[in-house]
Design a protein around this ligand. Structure first.
Ligand code: SF4
Length: 732
């Protein structure tokens, strides 16, 4: 059995949600006598008392803070519609309870039949960036060795793939933040592009205090978000470009840096390659021209460029950081836009230097680790390329299989979902920890593909929109019910610890994959003990860019016991214990010659044409109270009460023009379809732009109308900008 007795003592663990992985302690609650009764009191709606009380821990990323999501996270353990038994769709079309044996027998028989008919690639897997490192690793191994299918990808493709592609290309290795988050506090300037941490990860904001005090917080966002308001109050600058033109802002900033001779020439000569081509690529983007495209005043662009340069070490500043988030990354030119940000940081000599740098704010809880262990279509554990013969041989030797049997690269997420149930495409899909019906772009098309499958198996702990469509639902353990590791947005490997027993028949995916492997006749070993799986993962990663080979659960526990804050990869197994690598690239980049690559890029603009029938930009984003597809947070009564439904933010000028008053219902129509929600007037958005959070499905599920055009390099979809028509909903 995968179940182990839950400890009675408090468990030092981390929040189940975002990549900040705030430290928290979970104290099991025994009856009503608990000292933590305030948290353990019956949840609203008369639910059973929560099994644990949450309290924040002093961990470097959160320094004792938690956001509303973290404070209420224990509620997810006790949601009333928790899936506690396998469910199988019967002849009547309804999901009905089944035993594990019945469910797995059905799954195994159907997988066999489908693969007999369609070959190994007839079955696909869609994973998640919230899975532990151990589960992400086991999933990739299961796909390649048991199913032998190339068709595995995951929702991280929607999250950080363009930043990862740009980072890999520039630095030879991608670690979202190649420095500890706490380093940000010492900088004079932080340039934050397309990120809203004041809502998505509020405790992060304390790390911006140094830059705010220095008047150097610069937030680039078409919307005056909660984070932009932090810069707008005299402690920085809010740059508000036309949606989809962040690239132009970056090209113009670099133009100013070059034209005013603010570059770090020594650094460029010693540590980079490709600068001359990049100079040529920005020569035409003088600020006045950029202003005509991005709408940002030329003088603002000059001021930002000069402030950034003045903060750089070359000019005697305390340091500067350039940080990107989904706002600039979720674009069909996402890799190019992040490359423009990296070019700017490199020109100023910021990267690979203590106190300055470039980083990407990864969003999902294990968005970093999730991309390193092999659930990505093009990668093997250790963040190795799947088409690298040496990597294939090595990983195959750890798995005990012939490298010739390992499939090659599979389809990235959008292509994978689009190919489901098409001739030659997968006819069966396993979904692990992902709610694609809400989180994938052009989601109605995804629904069509899922409905056409011969077999849809969803492994989850709540009946998400996607789970409700499944032929078989398998109940899995979550967060505080299991042991494992996660890797924070800074590459810090941390322990997730069990605090409570899983309810009913919920089992870990590690057990599930081992059981399926056995039933499918595989002789490849799949461990069910997370510590054992981690040891294998660490071995498989040895020598790769993301080298975990010097780490183990025991070492991470020992480090934490003496107050250590987790260990950063790369942490290779060496004779003397390797200390891990908090700061990367201090001596050399991960490229063959140790130099960072500067790659010229240019502005292409959004794929949708914002004219004619659809004259308004739609941008999407998040709210403080909800996480990703909302499958968890919409079930937390306190959070649901605060933000119970989707809404459309629009500027009063636009509202007046199209006849939509504050509080009216409004319809947005794109080339993909239609959504409807309540309108909120606000001057936080531009008059040419509407904003919608994406945490819901149904009528107000905004991803039903977002674009599934993808970035040619990373396959990141263009979630962030699409063209819509804004239409009043008149009473029938
Ligand atoms: Fe921290 Fe993120 Fe959890 Fe909020 S959701 S408590 S910011 S880890």
């Amino acid at each position: 059995s995968s179940a182990t007795a839950a400890p009675a003592a408090p468990a030092a663990t981390h929040c189940p949600y975002c990549a900040l992985q705030c430290g928290m302690e979970l104290t099991p609650v025994e009856g009503s006598a608990s000292s933590a009764a305030a948290v353990a009191a019956p949840a609203p709606g008369g639910r059973a008392p929560l099994p644990v009380a949450v309290s924040p821990r002093d961990f470097p990323t959160n320094a004792g803070g938690l956001c509303q999501k973290g404070w209420t996270s224990a509620s997810v353990l006790g949601v009333p519609d928790r899936i506690t038994t396998p469910l199988v769709r019967g002849a009547d079309g309804e999901l009905a309870e089944a035993t594990w044996d019945e469910a797995l027998t059905l799954v195994t028989d159907r997988v066999r039949a489908i693969q007999d008919r369609h070959g190994p690639e007839g079955v696909a897997i869609f994973g998640g960036g919230g899975l532990t490192n151990e589960k992400a690793y086991a999933l990739g191994k299961f796909a390649r060795t048991v199913l032998r299918t190339p068709n595995i990808d995951y929702n991280g493709r929607f999250c950080m793939s363009s930043a990862a592609a740009a980072g890999n290309r520039a630095f030879g290795v991608d670690r979202g933040m190649p420095f500890p988050l706490t380093d940000l506090g010492g900088a004079d300037v932080v340039l934050l592009l397309g990120s809203n941490p004041a809502e998505t990860m509020p405790p992060f904001v304390q790390h911006l205090a140094g830059a705010r005090d220095a008047g150097g917080l610069v937030v680039v966002d078409p919307r005056r978000s909660a984070t932009a308001r932090l810069a707008d109050d005299g402690q920085g600058i809010h740059v508000q470009p036309v949606p989809g033109t962040d690239m132009v802002v970056l090209l113009a900033l670099l133009h100013v840096v070059v034209a005013e001779r603010l570059v770090d020439a020594d650094y460029l000569a010693e540590r980079t390659a490709g600068y001359d081509d990049v100079v040529r690529s920005v020569s035409a983007w003088w600020p006045e021209r950029a202003e005509t495209v991005c709408g940002v005043p030329a003088e603002t662009l000059r001021v930002v460029a000069r402030r950034l340069a003045a903060a750089s070490p070359a000019h005697g500043g305390r340091g500067a950081y350039v940080l990107t988030g989904r706002g600039v990354e979720q674009s069909a030119q996402g890799t190019a836009t992040v490359t423009a940000a990296i070019n700017l940081a490199l020109s100023l000599g910021l990267v690979g230097r203590e106190g300055s740098g470039y980083g990407c704010l990864t969003g999902q809880g294990n968005g970093q680790g999730g991309r390193e262990h092999g659930q990505k279509s093009d990668q093997l554990p250790g963040y190795r390329k799947i088409d690298d013969p040496a990597a294939r041989s090595y990983v195959a030797s750890v798995w005990g299989v012939d490298p010739e049997t390992l499939p090659g690269p599979g389809k990235p997420a959008v292509a994978l979902l689009s190919s489901l149930a098409t001739p030659g495409g997968p006819q069966a899909l396993f979904v692990h920890g992902s709610n694609v019906l809400v989180s994938a772009p052009n989601a109605d098309r995804v629904r069509e593909r899922l409905e056409a499958l011969d077999l849809l198996v969803v492994c989850d702990f709540v009946p998400s929109e996607t789970a409700r469509l499944a032929d078989v639902v398998l109940p899995v353990t979550q967060w505080a019910e299991e042991e494992g590791t996660m890797t924070s947005l800074e590459g810090r490997v941390i322990r997730r610890r069990q605090a409570v027993e899983a309810p009913g028949q919920a089992r870990s995916e590690l057990w599930l994959l081992a059981e399926l492997a056995r039933r499918l006749g595989s002789d490849v070993h799949f461990g069910t003990d997370p510590a054992e799986v981690f040891d294998e993962l660490a071995r498989a990663s040895a020598g790769g860019p993301a080298d975990y080979s010097g780490l183990s659960h025991a070492r991470l526990d020992a480090d934490e016991a003496v107050g250590g804050p987790g260990l950063y990869w790369p942490c290779p197994a060496t004779t003397a214990e390797h200390p891990g690598t908090p700061r990367m690239f201090l001596d050399a980049f991960g490229t063959p010659d140790g130099r960072a690559r500067m790659v010229p890029v240019d502005h292409g603009g959004p794929t949708d044409d914002v004219r004619g029938d659809a004259p308004t930009y739609l941008v999407t984003g998040r709210v403080l109270q909800h996480y990703q597809s909302g499958a968890q947070t919409r079930r937390v009564a306190e959070l649901d009460r605060l933000v119970p439904e989707p809404y459309v933010e629009l500027h009063p000028q636009l509202g007046l023009r199209v006849g939509v008053a504050d509080g009216d219902r409004v319809r947005l129509e794109s080339a993909r379809g239609v959504v409807e929600a309540v309108a909120r007037w606000t001057d936080a958005v531009r008059p040419d732009t509407v904003f919608m959070p994406f945490h819901w499905g149904g009528l107000g599920g905004v991803n039903r109308i977002t674009s599934d055009a993808v970035d040619p390099i990373s396959s990141m979809p263009e979630f962030k900008v699409c063209a819509v028509d804004v239409i009043p909903v008149t009473a029938a």
